[in-house]
Design a protein around this ligand. Sequence first.
Ligand SMILES: [Zn+2]
Length: 323
Amino acid sequence: MTYDLSRRSLLALGAGLGASTVLGSNAFARAPKLGTQPAYFYRFGLGDAEVTVVSDGPLPLGPPKGTFIGVPDEEVKKMLSDNFLSAENVVLEQNSPIVNMGDRLVLFDTGMGTSKAFGPTTGRQQKSMAEAGIKPADIDAVVLSHAHIDHIGGIVDVDGKPLFPNAQYYIAQSDFDFWTDEGKLGSPLKDFVVHARKNLLPVRDRLVFFKDGQEFLPGVQAMAAPGHTVGHTIFMVSSAGKSFAFLGDLTHHPILLLEKPRMQFSYDTDPQQAAESRVKLLDMIAGNKIPVMSYHFAWPGYGHIAKTSEGFHYYPEAMSLNL
Ligand SMILES: [Zn+2]
């Protein structure tokens, strides 16, 4: 038997199916659409640790033009459409791992929080955490890759009250100083500075500044990745011989800033330096086959990076619902 896949024959096939189901019975279930989704968390093991990724919700950037720069806009759009992604709206996820090390619970980055600068779909980290059965009061450490709005925004609630009352907060001092600087309130960075001050100043006395290369918590090592911001940092997270790299904003997109890692991102403080950090650290990660947990890649953001002739390729790890 051969299948004729012309449009006309597919239409005929659809009509035929309709007719035959009518013949079978008229007692259709007529079930209403449910309109619900599973909870927005994902859990997996890492050595002796348990990792729960929670989402702050999708963050739509809009058309790539003016945001992904240094490569002609037509080429950027082709990269997106060749990968079956919208060329009109680049959507980033916000994936935060919470690592239960056995003796402490460590959260990486906190989402947009109350800011709606990128629309209504962000700001669900607390909800995702509740769905995952994790209490904010049980978080011992909040580790921040940098002080941008979509990473520090969920530290305080709408009234400015810290949401993780028992946590210490870890960030690079250069990033804290840059983004809480009152002197930048009159600059184009104003919105970012306002939000950083709103979230970081209430926990100022609980902040710990890490250094490049330092294992500032057992199993969590800082690796400076400057450029996106002055103190932008990625983290090697390890337990019982297993590791992943939490990438923060080393690359925002699994295609655009990865396949062409020298492409630039308009939110970079120093785009040139960001590209250098990206290439250097991804080279190390790919060379050592270290799994990655990426904040902005498609949910849940866990996978592997391999080198290609021009840049890198991302292989998402299949989700497994067996623990
Ligand atoms: Zn980000």
